[in-house]
Design a protein around this ligand. Structure first.
Ligand code: NAD
Length: 330
């Protein structure tokens, strides 16, 4: 097969080349996204892989793809909101995504942030930057095997997180409305409030849904232990940011590790000037007991390799007239 891959980044190239060698298929790599200007690059190719945040274009683009004989679009990511799925259906184009590429990547980032916070590293750093290299009684840490970890949302990433904490000797409580026997060896299932009240580390791993938006707000912060850390590697809007800032300022919780923020889309993933950075972020980033990363928990070699390989395998599967479990229902 001859495939064209849009928006190729340098980090992906070794994995694309290895896949070509392994499967005997050819991949043309281009750095541009797929849009009205670049669609003609797909002329003469059997299939397409893409990864972009911008929408592809209007209906005409899908008609153009169909006229070129393109039968599938393989996204190297989870989200498929860049596609006009009605136009795909109307033009006989099957869309696939990569819903699971490395739960461990996100789980490990959450645990890394929790470890950093638990050992008070930000607070020591702040004092050292002022010439204070003393150790003091107010920065005594605890060790993970003495702690209770609360997981909210025990799916792929929550499950991987639970396994790591269990391996480190922690007691792991979990709340998820759907029961998964696979995680029984690692967790004690309980209700939401029990998780919130008992967690020394509260780790969020639910999708953003109307039922999960603001699931951690003032009432939950009041229920949490005042020495607890909140870890949010999932979606910013699960947490009410104003309430989080108040809880931190009022010492209702000990700190927070955040890879997502409610208003992140205006600046995460971009080079911006200071006046473009929201005040919420500035307040949080100034706190030594808060760690913020710009939605990069997924960014590991394993994730990149899997996004490349799974999307290319799916492209070939669809082109061979077979079904992939990653097909988007339209
Ligand atoms: P998943 O679908 O495998 O698991 C989500 C779990 O949440 C499911 O078990 C579901 O039953 C549960 N859930 C739904 N509503 C709930 C509720 N009200 N209370 C408790 N649990 C509830 O999803 P996943 O792949 O594990 O992803 C988890 C989160 O991580 C998502 O928000 C996703 O967007 C995010 N994510 C972040 C990054 C990153 O780089 N930071 C990367 C990938 C995914």
């Amino acid at each position: 097969m001859k495939l064209i891959m849009y928006s190729v980044r340098d980090a992906e190239k070794p994995y694309i080349e290895a896949w070509e060698k392994k499967t005997g298929n050819d991949v043309k790599m281009v750095t541009e996204p797929l849009n009205a200007d670049t669609v003609k690059l797909a002329e003469g190719y059997d299939g397409i892989s893409l990864q972009q945040t911008t929408k592809l274009g209007d209906e005409q683009l899908y008609e153009q793809l169909a006229a070129m004989g393109i039968k599938q679009l393989a996204a190297r990511m989870v989200g498929v909101d860049i596609f006009d799925l009605d136009a795909c259906k109307a033009n006989g184009i099957i869309v696939t995504n990569v819903p699971i590429y490395s739960p461990r990547a996100i789980a490990e980032m959450g645990v890394t942030q929790a470890m950093y916070l638990l050992r008070r590293i930000g607070e020591f750093e702040q004092r050292m930057s002022h010439g204070d290299f003393r150790w003091s009684d107010d920065l005594i840490s605890n060790e993970i095997y003495n702690l209770t970890v609360g997981i909210v949302g025990l799916g792929n990433i929550g499950g991987a997180t639970a396994q790591i904490y269990k391996a480190l000797g922690a007691k792991v409580l979990a709340y998820d409305p759907s029961y998964n026997v696979e995680y029984e060896p690692y967790v004690e299932y309980t209700d939401f409030d029990t998780v919130i009240k008992n967690a020394d580390i509260l780790s969020l791993h639910t999708p953003l849904l109307p039922s999960t938006e603001n699931m951690i707000a003032a009432p939950q912060f009041k229920m949490m232990k005042d020495n607890a850390y909140l870890i949010n590697m999932a979606r910013g809007k699960l947490v009410n940011t104003a309430d989080l800032i108040s809880a931190l300022e009022n010492k209702e919780i000990a700190g927070a590790g955040l890879d997502t923020l409610a208003d992140e889309t205006s600046f995460f993933g971009k080079q911006v000037t200071s006046d473009q950075i929201p005040d919420d972020y500035k307040k949080l980033a100034a706190m030594p007991n808060v760690l913020v990363t710009p939605h990069v928990a997924f960014l590991t070699e394993t994730s990149i390799r899997n996004m490349v390989e799974i999307s290319l395998n799916d492209a070939v599967t669809i082109l061979e007239g077979k079904h992939s479990r990653n097909e988007i229902r339209m």
